[in-house]
Design a protein around this ligand. Structure first.
Ligand code: 5GP
Length: 196
């Protein structure tokens, strides 16, 4: 049973412009029991993959990543978004265009918190065009660390990010993949996934 898909069907709201609102359980009010299910599902899917650190991006990734960090018993780092460029040389940076706000942010991660020996699991709430993930991947790469895998809560399969990231050779595990959604009828169709 995929608890995330069930919850999206029940409480997700389909908006115009390919936007799915999940703020009643994921990125405003947070259902921690659901986050725990998600964390355990990533743990199961990434069984046998060495992970030394989880990396996400503020703000919506933090809650999910925190619970996953407890489940994987590793530290969690979140990339900060900054409007102004005020760098002291102690930061890895990348530029990320926001899908929801259409503006560009610099993302910053302190060099103190990523080391070349790190095996990094990148987590985020949504995958749309893949800009956020590409920024996080470039930060990991700049640190000389390894991307152990990528976990996404909700991939919008009708937008290009998933294909782009998979074609770069990364192992991407999305817990729910929305194949199609219709704002007029409020309907959502998921891509079938292998059962665990
Ligand atoms: P991308 O960088 O892949 O284009 O977009 C990913 C980021 O945009 C995620 O971190 C997420 O915060 C936001 N996002 C993208 N699509 C949606 C959506 O349909 N609903 C919500 N709530 N956020 C989204």
């Amino acid at each position: 049973m995929n608890l995330l898909e069930e919850r999206i069907q029940r409480d997700g709201v389909v908006k115009e412009g390919g936007v799915l609102k999940v703020d009643s359980f994921l990125n405003h009010q947070m259902d921690i029991a659901l986050f725990r299910w998600m964390a355990e599902e990533w743990k199961r899917r990434f069984a046998g993959v060495p992970v030394s650190k989880i990396l996400t991006i503020e703000a919506s990734g933090i809650g999910i990543a925190a619970i996953a960090g407890e489940c994987f018993s590793v530290p969690v780092v979140f990339a900060k978004k900054a409007k102004s460029i005020n760098l002291d040389g102690g930061m890895y940076t990348a530029e990320v265009e926001s899908f929801t706000h259409k503006n560009k942010n610099q993302i910053l991660v302190s060099k103190k918190f990523l080391a070349p020996e790190d095996q990094v699991l990148i987590l985020d709430d949504f995958l749309a065009n893949g800009c956020a993930l590409q920024g996080l991947i470039s930060v990991v790469t700049a640190a000389g660390a390894t991307v152990a895998g990528i976990g996404i809560a909700i991939e919008k399969g009708f937008q290009p990010g998933g294909q782009v990231i998979r074609s770069l050779g990364y192992r991407l595990e999305s817990l729910a993949i929305v194949e199609e959604m219709d704002p007029a009828r409020g309907s959502i169709r998921f891509r079938p996934q292998p059962q665990g």
